[in-house]
Every structure is written in C-alpha cells, then in structure tokens.
Design a protein around this ligand. Structure first.
Ligand SMILES: NC(=O)c1ccc[n+]([C@@H]2O[C@H](COP(=O)([O-])OP(=O)(O)OC[C@H]3O[C@@H](n4cnc5c(N)ncnc54)[C@H](OP(=O)(O)O)[C@@H]3O)[C@@H](O)[C@H]2O)c1
Length: 236
C-alpha cells in the first residue's frame, strides 16, 4: 500500500522504518525537501539529520507535505502539533477523501505560566487546545473532506510500531474518530504492527482525553526513568 507520513521527526521515523519493513511504499512529507536534506545538525530533540536516516533506509521518497499526501492512499500526521492545522490545511486538496491518522500533541513549548512544571529538560509544555477542544477535532474541522482518526498518541512511537517489546504486547492502544472505515484501516495497521488490545473510544471528541494523557505519560516516564518504554493496560 502507498502510505504517506507527514513529518521527519523521531516519531515519524519509527513509522517510516516499520512501514518499509512491512513492504509498504512509503512517501514522507516535509516543509522543504531540499532544506531537510541539507541539514547536518541534530534537532532540538537530539534527532540526527534526516539524510542520514534516509541513507540507512533506501527506497523512501521525500516530498513536500502536499506531494506526499497526494501519493498516499493512507496518511499519517507526525507534524509538530502547534503547526499541524496550518500545514495540513495547505494540503487539504491532496488529503480529501483519505484517512488521516493523527498522533500529534498540541504542545506549546516554553510556556510563560505562573506555576511551571520543572522537567529534566526544562519546563513541561502546555496543551493548546485542551479540555474543551482537541487538535484532532481542529484538524477535522479544517479538513471536512478527510476522515481523521486519532491514534498512536498515548505511546512513544518506538512502542507503537513494536508493541510486543513491552510486556509481551499485553497493553492497550486507543483510537477515536467519526468514520468506521477509517477506524478499521487504523485497526488493520495497528494489527500489522502487532497490537492485540485496541480500544475504540468512539467519536473524535475522545481525542481530548487522549491528548491530555500526554502529561500523565510524561509523569510516568519521569518516575520510571527517562527513556524507559512502558505501556498502559485497561483491565476489564
Ligand atoms: N515522538 C514520539 O514518540 C511521539 C509520541 C506521541 C506523540 N508525538 C507527537 O507527534 C508530533 C511529532 O513528533 P516528532 O517527535 O516526530 O517530531 P517533532 O519534532 O515534534 O515535529 C517534526 C515535524 O514537524 C514539522 N514542523 C515543525 N515546525 C513546523 C512548522 N512551523 N510548519 C510546518 N511543519 C513544521 C517538521 O517539518 P520539517 O520536516 O520540515 O522539519 C517535522 O516534519 C508531536 O506533536 C509530538 O508531540 C510524538
């Protein structure tokens, strides 16, 4: 299948590598392919230059966001959450009629707030939108002809693409969205990744809870030690 990943960050790279391993034709979107390939320094998260990643993963095609979306039969959004609505809106035509799986968190970095949460790397970002709206719903309103599904967001992406590396895979993945066929496509992809416990939370409004979980995910990560991979299981 032709799958487009919009994004070149660490999360996107986990999907790109896994989808290529599964035999899919992978198209990657970035703002400016030439500029992305010209980078020689790691980004702020310490992720190395994308051209080094491409050299280790031959056969991956790099495009603008819109061109990658045009190539994809299924599209995954891994664009920085604060900039995702604008970037995706610019590719609305290419995304029309397609399933878009969104895993971005609407983080606002270095917030100027009265009661900051100190973290090992500085201050915890705030979420915007939060509580009364979600990034996934904003994307769906901006792209009414696209079928948006929220998924993947409650895990590090290394675990999303290799769930059995944690607890033998006995943990829960969540998804939410309005379109049954789009959710089935997402379930099929998750099953190919190795997920066995997939909980459909219902309509896209449930993305509010999935995105707000980011703070608890971070807190658990701090408690377990930075870099520890873990999952959560809904016992029922
Ligand atoms: N990494 C994970 O395991 C993980 C887990 C859960 C959720 N998330 C969420 O997933 C999203 C992506 O995370 P990530 O770690 O893979 O990468 P990231 O560093 O958060 O985002 C990188 C991508 O965002 C694009 N971008 C940055 N600024 C932009 C702007 N002003 N306009 C348009 N595009 C812009 C970059 O474009 P270029 O390619 O042009 O540089 C790049 O493709 C984030 O919201 C993150 O919180 C990540």
């Amino acid at each position: 299948m032709k799958i487009a990943i919009l994004g070149t960050g660490g999360g996107a790279r986990a999907h790109i590598a896994k989808l290529a391993e599964l035999g899919h034709e992978v198209h990657v979107g970035t703002r400016d392919p030439e500029a992305t390939l010209a980078r020689t320094e790691p980004d702020l998260m310490g992720t190395g230059p994308f051209k080094d990643f491409l050299a280790e993963h031959p056969g991956i095609q790099l495009h603008t966001f819109a061109d990658a979306a045009a190539h994809g039969e299924l599209v995954i959004n891994g664009i920085d959450g604060h900039n995702a609505v604008a970037a995706l809106s610019a590719a609305a035509e290419q995304l029309a009629g397609k399933t878009l799986i969104d895993y971005a968190v609407p983080y606002v970095y270095n917030p100027d707030i009265a009661h900051p949460w100190p973290t090992p790397w500085g201050v915890m970002p705030t979420l915007d939108p939060c509580d009364s709206d979600s990034l996934a719903e904003q994307i769906q309103r901006a792209l009414p002809a696209t079928r948006v599904v929220k998924a993947f967001v409650t895990q590090e992406q290394d675990t999303v693409v290799a769930p059995r590396a944690v607890g033998g895979g006995d943990h829960t993945m969540f998804l939410a969205g309005e379109d049954a066929d789009a959710k089935q496509q997402t379930v099929d992809l998750l099953t190919a990744y190795g997920w066995r416990d997939i909980l459909d939370l219902g309509p896209l409004v449930a993305a509010r809870g999935m995105e707000m979980y980011a703070h608890l995910h971070s807190a658990i990560g701090f408690a377990l030690g930075f870099g520890t991979h873990f999952g959560i299981k809904v016992i029922r």
